[in-house]
Ligand binder design. Sequence first.
Ligand code: FAD
Length: 504
Amino acid sequence: MNSETSQHIKNIVIVGGGTAGWMTAAAFAKLLRGGFNITLVESDEISTVGVGEATIPPIQNYNKVLEIDEDEFVRETQGSFKLGIEFVNWGRIGERYTHGFGRFGQDLYTVPFEQYWHKLFAAGKAADIAEYSITRMAAASGKFSRPQLELRNSPLSEIAYAFHFDAGLYARYLRRYAEARGVRRIEGKILDVQRSAENGHVSGVRLESGSVVAGDFFIDCSGFRGLLIEQTLQSGYEDWTHYLPCDRAIAVPTASVEPPIPYTRATAHTAGWQWRIPLQHRVGNGHVFCSRHMSEDEATAVLLANVQGEVLASPRTLKFVTGMRKTPWKHNVVAVGLSSGFMEPLESTSIHLIQTAIARIINFFPDREFSAADIDEYNRITRLEFESIRDFLILHYHANQRDDSAFWRACRNMDVPASLKMRMALYESRGRIFREGAELFSEVAWLQVMHGQGLRPASHHPLADLVPTADAERYLASVRQVIANCVVGMPTHAQYIAAHCAAR
Ligand code: FAD
């Protein structure tokens, strides 16, 4: 650093080399401009969680900041593109809907587009909401292209997308990136954690080899175990199982039997749901379930009965407790990734939370004073972020009309947070949705899930009546037509990958 003082941090230690560890290392290597010694410790003996292969659009910002060539990244991670998530059997068995990324229609006069749609849909004068979304229509047709920004005012300029990728290849890709920019990797199992007698801060980690890796600032990316944040500093964990009851997943890869579809599929079963994540070289599958309602053997049987293609490895069980670390930053340790908490993989938010934690650490970057006010604010913002995502996830479970199992009945009857109750009440009255502060999910994300899960507003925004019904109808019809025309001209997802980023 240019103006060094004794208060400046010099040595940063990242504990763990999963997605969280390497995303943090790569971002620090880029953003901290060589001003610090960055060391990452990981153990070959302790495997990474190995899942976490679906993302959401803000990951593009991470790539941009790191100046990652997206085509290269997709190629090297056997990746594919993702336009949304298709939910099958969630509201009722036999129903399906997609949460597509990006916006819907275009704003018309005084109130948001969806308010005109609510009015016309209730009157039988509008098509399903999907038909006003370029990403949903493209996903349904197996089409993909990146946005064509030069086509201003065309839906083709507004395609929002994310990625599916192989988690192991992603960590390796970021490792190369980070090491090339000066991050030192140490392989070794941490046996214990040393603390300063003076202030209780973590001062170093001792490896099986006997060597000690000392540091001023520690990022705990050690996964569910929370080696520093919990096992050492006892931050405490807030358990949200009463809201998000699934606590196990069985994961299994299968061979691809068709070109990758440009979306994740989440199929509800009797005590949970199954993911399908299409990559170039294989498909990732997993069954997330609630162990109070289904045994592991049964969950494995359900999963294997619902995959296509040859099973490429033995099914693996992952156990988790939904919730969050009470203080993700404590002393000189910040938890990033699974060590900071875990909610459902249902909306692919975990990797996103890694990304936002990194951005927040940069914003609150400490010196060796470790200001209590900064730490409190970091923890407060992290909590708000977790809670708003939690509410969105609970909605998928709670708003269901399934009557086929005790699990779904219990989800429907469970008490939900007051914040979610209020959102549902506002929607069920006049279809109003408000996005608070910097919360992740947009109004149309909430709309799609509320509508998809079967909620219907009693009425619409009164100001939607300012536009004569016939005019609104003509307008919606034109949006729908333009989108349909655009989708016809798009390449298929497979064609797009072949032209830009096929794995070699
Ligand atoms: P891990 O991958 O567990 O890595 C922990 C690291 O710490 C390893 O390198 C290990 O060697 C090291 N370590 C631990 N203890 C020691 C020690 N004593 N000494 C040295 N090293 C040590 N997220 C998404 O965004 N999208 C998804 O689709 C998605 N699906 C998921 C499905 C399931 C079932 C689960 C459980 C999670 C899913 N996630 C998903 C979350 C995602 O997998 C994680 O957020 C992501 O992989 C980050 O994990 P991590 O790096 O925090 O932990």
